[in-house]
Design a protein around this ligand. Sequence first.
Ligand code: MLT
Length: 240
Amino acid sequence: MKIDVAFTPYELEKKDLQGKSVVVIDALRATSTMIVAFENGCSGFIPVSAVDEARQLAALKKDPNLLLGGERRAMPIEGFHLGNSPRDYRPEKVRGKVVVMTTTNGTRALLAARKAEEVFIGSFLNISALTGRLEEVSRDVIIACAGEKDLFCLEDTVCGGGIIDGLEKGGVPILTADAAMAAKVLYEYYENDIYGMLSGCAWGQYLESVGLGKDVRICAQVDSSRLVPVYREGKIFLDR
Ligand code: MLT
């Protein structure tokens, strides 16, 4: 199994995704929030890139089970039902609902991954379950980091490194590209203090500074979920 890492959606768009499994990671916070939402009974997400696009889709569908969710600068978007905090996605809010979601980096990475054979949603919350799923399908893998406005971010790369470490420890013969080797080394450096890494990285500090520090702690809950959502034909859902 060959493993590569794209540190940004811009890099991902330059890679050949045919026949590959792509794991999209936005550890702070979009993919972590999605996993919490599924744990709380949410039925699915429809990622879109623009705020207006989300509003138009909801207006078109006129579906009471369709909600609007997302953020800009980590803050909820005016008129939307939900922000991007995992604490917004409580059972009483999202059970049986589908969320049209737009975030700065997470949904951008998802849209950039669309052409892949299979797209999985990853974060620290489901890192072991996801590794198991990749072993099962055993296609070549690209880890797609959401990054920060098409620049490198530490948290997604460390999470990607954890997946590579898990595959290696699972005995899967893997060939790692340079970017994958670098991600694994970063994971080995931080693996005993994921919360420390998340609260110390640039976006973690920003979230703390705007009063969203509790979200960082939720996003640091390693293996708190066994769910592995997939992204297929424009929708994110649980296929088992
Ligand atoms: C993103 O997609 O850029 C992040 O999830 C933003 C955030 O943490 O709200």
